[in-house]
Design a protein around this ligand. Sequence first.
Ligand code: SF4
Ligand code: SF4
Ligand code: SF4
Ligand code: FES
Length: 948
Amino acid sequence: MSLVHEIDYGTPKSRAEKTVTLTVDGFAVTVPEGTSVMRAATEAGIGVPKLCATDMMDAYGSCRLCVVEVEGMRGTPASCTTPVVEGMKVRTQTERLKAIRKGVMELYISDHPLDCLTCAANGDCELQTQAGAVGLREVRYGYEGENHLGKAKDQSNPYFQFDPSKCIVCSRCVRACGEVQGTFALTVDGRGFDSLISAGTSYDDFLSSECVSCGACVQACPTATLQEKSVVQIGTPDRSVVTTCAYCGVGCSFKAEMRGDELVRMVPYKDGKANRGHSCVKGRFAFGYATHKDRILNPMIRDHYSQPWREVSWEEAFAFSAAKIKDIQDRHGRGSVGAISSSRCTNEEVYLVQKLVRAGFGNNNIDTCARVCHSPTGYGLKTTFGTSAGTQDFDSVEYTDVALVIGANPTDGHPVFASRLKKRLREGAKLIVIDPRRIDLVRTPHVEAEHHLALKPGTNVAMVTALAHVIVTEGLVNESFVRERCDWDDFQEWAAFVAEERHSPEAVERVTGVPAEEVRKAARLYATGGNGAIYYGLGVTEHSQGSTTVMAIANLAMVTGNIGRVGVGVNPLRGQNNVQGSCDMGSFPHELPGYRHISTDEVRSIYEDLWGVVIDKEPGLRIPNMFDAAVEGTFKGLYVQGEDILQSDPDTKHVSAGLAALELLIVHDLFLNETANYANVFLPGSSFLEKDGTFTNAERRINRVRKVMAPRNGLADWEVTQRLAQAMGLDMNYGHPSEIMAEIAATTPSFANVTYDLLERMGSVQWPCNETFPEGAPIMHVDEFMRGKGKFVITEYVPTDERTGPRFPLLLTTGRILSQYNVGAQTRRTQNVLWHDEDVLEIHPHDAEQRGIRESDWVRLDSRSGSTSLRARITTRVAPGVVYTTFHHPATQANVITTDFSDWATNCPEYKVTAVQISPSNGPTDWQEDYRELTEESRRIAVAEAAE
Ligand code: SF4
Ligand code: SF4
Ligand code: SF4
Ligand code: FES
């Protein structure tokens, strides 16, 4: 196995359809119009020396190393900034060009330390390579003159260093930060010889700057100036494996670059169709949790959660678990046990868990964490469009004219998609943000939302219906689309409903708190501004009307004809890496893989014939029902794979009561998480680096996960589930995840053509991938909706039962921060804690003043469910009456506060609306103190490691 090298074409691909033919060194090459001479030469297999150019960014033309001669053109133009012309004759190697390049390179090298042998980038440095390529063998200028060699390194960032003595001021980093990432944290200070790259004039170093540690500048740097610390410490990698990030639903592809068995770095893969070579701090750098000392590597059991753990062999753990499950079922019935699959695990692993439940436990008590995030997406989009998934690919955003972002915070939650969206916005697309909080996208460098509709939490349905009211009553309906593609009767009924005066922006202003005129303008922009694309997140789904809002959004797309082509659509930004896949794989208690209802005889019989069992035709228990039944004493055993339900599910008191009531709780995870406090079997999990399989991202893209290193516990997660199934007497004997995928494809129509061979060949495919779409479907509902005619659904606004009042006058809403992920099990065990080591409560200055709360004061947060304490951050990001926090740290336990209200259709908890009161407090409670000490220890380790 060797390093995967991707060709750098020097400049981005042109999108033009017209082609141009030219000759380069006598070879004919045909490329799209607008291509640079450099790219055309590279495509013809002729390398042109370069330093300031790279194909992730537009050409800059500063280094002059890439000069060429063009017949009929005076001088020696830079090939990176010269576009091709029909019939052009280019020469890349002449004596004149060689002399120019050597002279240019000599100047660079004369102000560059000649420490190649001990440099971290030795052998992986473009400057070194190009010096060789241009034939530079000596440098005539000495080092006695003025130079930059003594400049001090900036080591502040935990993951990469900045060594200005090696900088050639090519500006690739500055442009990467702006053009690719969209943060614009870097500048070139000074002029000429004094030019210096800086992380902004107001900041001392990278860590304190606006930098979000995405790594794009490190990636772009052709020298060792910006260099991963892991390469400095371990050495340059010698092999790479292409795999998929295990954090968010963007599903970025990476080259996991290894030296021996050690992971040196994760390099974003340019061929990755979700990320196109970009990354965020989590996927790029936060992989240290996989080798963290907290990993549990041996199975453990105990008779009761109050007892100490006992390490046992895998065999004993499986035998113990299987015997307990059988015993519970003998005493309490078949339905007394169940499982929760993990949206962090692969499709194949999730498929096996639901198979274990249906074929082994003999019931349908299988659910997944999608229950608490995007289950309303499944319900809402299936009802309206016929498929429980987003409609577009991420590339589609490049053709969007108006982006409507509702209940999502992409710069924190889905950062690589956010960078792609920001790029499009800088090109001129318009943005509408619907969110109670002023998220970064509302105003960020070179991007400003046209409209920010800062609605009150819990009023999404009223808001989206008001947008529809404007579209219908102001004659902005795309009638030809609706007549041709949608159910006309449903539409008419719906149109009459939304046209009612009570849905006008003026009427709902008192509900949403958003000025009517602003809503009208936003509706007009979305309906008439060209390609309109809707992106939404958990701020839509995690409400008592989550499913209604999803359907209201679908109505909006249909009524404006913004569906079924590139640049438009309805795009849920899925939370976890494989939450789409875990839903696809039959993790819901009422659905077999491919979203087919369990009560359908023909579907059940497919699996009954294959598995040789009878499948229960009644839907099983959802997660909240499992806890209810456990408290009632009818549900006794639970297998939880890769999910810390005690932290992630609402109403912690109720969850812990349910867990404590179980006779058997099997936790299958990397770490002893909070849920494991109540477990009597712990099965060690494997990280994404230790197994083969597939993840399906938010655009339905099935990406390969490839084994980079051996499982540290000895077994990949799919093998653990299989062994547990075998211990229960189930006939489950897969030799490799590709065999599980073969079974998925054979039994699930939307996956019929998916094979590991196809994934090798195509890189990735988006389902449906079958006879109709042999290589997948980037855009769905092109000619007709999956359900036939699009269905308009009446979306009556019903206020949540969670109301503010004198006791709880404020509304709490929750969200994520860039550096942390979910309940923090992984990211808290990385140096990402340097950016966010505790959750804080954002409070508007007015509310803070009323309560005598100052910045960083401890505040007590009380709701009807419970209370916690955290520090205050006073900010106008939130409106008066609204407070906001993240939920990444167990010391906060935000879910102690949240209620058990949930979506009417799917039981998805209403995390986004909790009535609360806040008051000054003396500090954390005792239980919080214990957690704080743990977090403090992680931080100390991170600081010490960063300083090394
Ligand atoms: S830090 Fe690297 S990319 Fe940035 S200007 Fe210097 S050499 Fe170029
Ligand atoms: S790491 Fe990313 S955000 Fe930070 S300076 Fe580099 S490109 Fe900009
Ligand atoms: S955007 Fe999501 S998938 Fe991509 S690197 Fe970041 S966390 Fe991973
Ligand atoms: S690579 Fe063309 S001018 Fe630098």
